[in-house]
Design a protein around this ligand. Structure first.
Ligand code: GUN
Length: 294
């Protein structure tokens, strides 16, 4: 079994970002990312903190906007409109999920698609479907593809099963695997699929993105499969100071020995999401300022 080290692949991506940032700075352009967080979900605060810290490490300007859970839809839209108009900001991300009274779809549509570094705006979803590289690819699935490539895993002709159909991971992941530069045979399975274990057992490449702790068991996985675990679930653990530990959507301890390769949680997909966000922010900066890559 091969452990796919997300931290080390993310570090390579961040080194590329460092050099791309230097090129932009040499043109007198400082890339800028705004991260908006509404409410007090503790995990979201951790993720947003890591995003801002990574910007700082690379020399990317960042603006962190934390708003109370009581923020109205209109107040949030006003923030997005201000960021759309701000020339120092090239990327805008509104952390998901927002509180329930916020209509996320309306907020996403309000983001200038040229600054939509999450790739959630319908214009970017269309570009992903059309395989148009000027669009933004959602960070987590982009990170999964990069992990597969860095691990020397050939997707062409492989049976790929994507477990989960979210806008953030499942759907874009399926499109990326299906694209002409990947050529996988793709099945998307979800909570209403009949006999999930049998579907997963067909996978040469299994992407688990359902948000259910350790749902994928040993008998769901074919011998020699590649398993990418997107889940980051907090489960109670009294032995930890925080009172919880992180587990994936895959029961790692029983699955790992069957796999050709598997990502751990933490230290697998998580660091890649942030690294790909930096990539997307630099892509947005280049496209908005019309600076070509070095
Ligand atoms: N919540 C979990 N993952 C993501 C992500 O990639 N982008 C945003 N905006 N929110 C998230």
């Amino acid at each position: 079994m091969n452990l796919i080290d997300g931290k080390s692949v993310a570090a390579q991506v961040l080194e590329e970002c460092r050099s791309e940032t230097a090129t932009l700075l040499a043109h007198g352009i400082t890339p800028g990312l705004a991260v908006v967080l509404v409410g007090d979900d503790p995990a979201s605060h951790v993720y947003v903190g890591s995003k801002v810290k990574t910007c700082h490490d690379l020399g990317i300007h960042s603006e962190k906007i934390t708003l109370p859970a009581t923020t109205s839809q209109q107040e949030l839209l006003d923030v997005v409109h201000r960021l759309n108009a701000d020339p120092r900001i090239h990327g805008i991300l509104v952390q998901s999920p927002p509180p329930p009274h916020i209509d996320e779809e309306t907020v996403i549509r309000a983001i200038d698609p040229r600054k939509d570094v999450d790739g959630f705006h319908p214009q970017n979803v269309a570009k992903l479907t059309l395989e148009d590289p000027s669009g933004f690819v959602p960070c987590t699935p982009a990170g999964c593809m990069r992990l597969l490539a860095a691990s020397g895993i050939d997707t062409s002709g492989a049976n790929a099963v994507v477990l989960g159909r979210s806008m953030i991971v499942g759907k874009p992941m399926a499109l990326l695997l299906l694209a002409k530069n990947a050529n996988a045979t793709v099945t998307v399975a979800h909570s209403r699929s009949k006999d999930l274990p049998a579907i997963c057992r067909c996978a040469d490449i299994l992407i688990a993105a359902v948000g259910r702790p350790e749902m994928v068991r040993a008998d769901w996985v074919k011998d020699g499969a590649v398993v990418i675990d997107v889940g980051i679930n907090r489960i109670a653990d009294a032995t930890k100071k925080s009172g919880f530990r992180l587990v994936g959507d895959v029961a790692y301890d029983e699955v790992a020995s069957k796999c050709r390769a598997i990502t751990p949680v933490p230290g697998g997909v998580g660091p890649m999401t942030i690294a790909m966000l930096m990539k997307n922010t630099l892509q947005a900066t280049r496209q908005i300022t019309e600076i070509s890559p070095q």
